[in-house]
Design a binder for this molecule. Structure first.
Ligand code: BGC
Length: 268
């Protein structure tokens, strides 16, 4: 309790530092709803910021029993709930916990003359827009990270424009025209997957999650048959890739593509 009073008295000196001002109520005393049984470690004013060295800081770990009981809204009592990855910290990922991406799976039927080509399974072959990632050379869906505050639907279209059509190097006019052309097509997508991804960058404390959507063109005279693919941004190459069980793709992308083939009753 003494600690709590000291903090209140010194709150004036803290008010200069906007990042510290936040730690008036969540510092000192006991953690709420613990019948004063769970004290916080003392943190002097000048030790609040993580950048201040504080080797003696040994706070208690506490999770309330009703959270440990596992109500639907609570995470399991571990770091990466999908299991150990062999490394802690954030690795190459920016955020603790889930890092959100979105993956547009743009498909059309493979055509020769004006006939749909069939695979050994007797089923029609689907093609999807596939990019080669610049960071690792793997072939992948042209997805990317959801920007803070961005709607997933906007990320899907933006990433496709940037990586498969190189919109970042288009004139403003060309970019607007291309975006307008694709906007309606990107309205009619089907969700294929939502959740955790088996990405090489995952750690015990930070991991990738994605939302994958399929945007499919049925009409041979349609938009996708005349699209000029041109790799850009994080992609070093782009192509229409025939879909079959032979493909090998980045992270969990092969699983998403298999699901699309199944949904469309296509060759796999
Ligand atoms: C990629 C997405 C991928 C996600 C998870 C992102 O960096 O751009 O295509 O699904 O990582 O692996």
């Amino acid at each position: 309790m003494i600690a709590a009073r000291n903090i209140a008295a010194s709150s004036k000196s803290l008010s200069k530092l906007s990042s510290v001002r936040m730690h008036i109520k969540c510092r000192g005393g006991f953690y709420p709803r613990t019948d004063d049984k769970v004290p916080r470690a003392e943190v002097p004013d000048d030790k609040v910021e993580w950048s201040a060295p504080f080797p003696d800081y040994t706070p208690k770990q506490y999770t309330a029993p009703h959270i440990l009981a596992g109500p639907v809204y609570a995470d399991p009592d571990i770091g990466n709930m999908h299991g150990r990855t062999g490394i802690t910290g954030r690795g190459a990922l920016g955020r603790w916990g889930p890092n959100h991406a979105a993956d547009p799976i743009v498909t059309r039927w493979k055509i020769a003359g004006n006939l749909v080509v069939k695979g050994e399974t007797g089923k029609p072959i689907l093609q999807f827009v596939c990019i080669q990632r610049r960071d690792c050379g793997d072939w992948a869906i042209p997805g990317g990270m959801v920007d803070p505050g961005e709607q997933v639907s906007a990320t899907l279209l933006r990433e496709f424009l940037e990586e498969a059509l190189n919109s970042l190097e288009m004139t403003e006019d060309d970019k607007n025209r291309t975006e307008k052309k694709l906007k309606d097509f990107f309205k009619a997508g089907e969700e294929v997957y939502r959740g955790y991804v088996d990405d090489r960058r995952n750690t015990d404390n930070a991991w990738m999650e994605t939302v994958a959507y399929n945007f499919h063109e049925n009409d041979q005279g349609g938009l996708l048959y005349s699209l000029n693919l041109h790799a850009g941004d994080d992609a070093q190459a782009v192509k229409w890739q025939d879909i079959s069980s032979q493909i090998n793709l980045y992270a969990s992308h092969r699983d998403f593509i298999q699901k699309v083939a199944e949904n469309q009753n296509a060759h796999w």
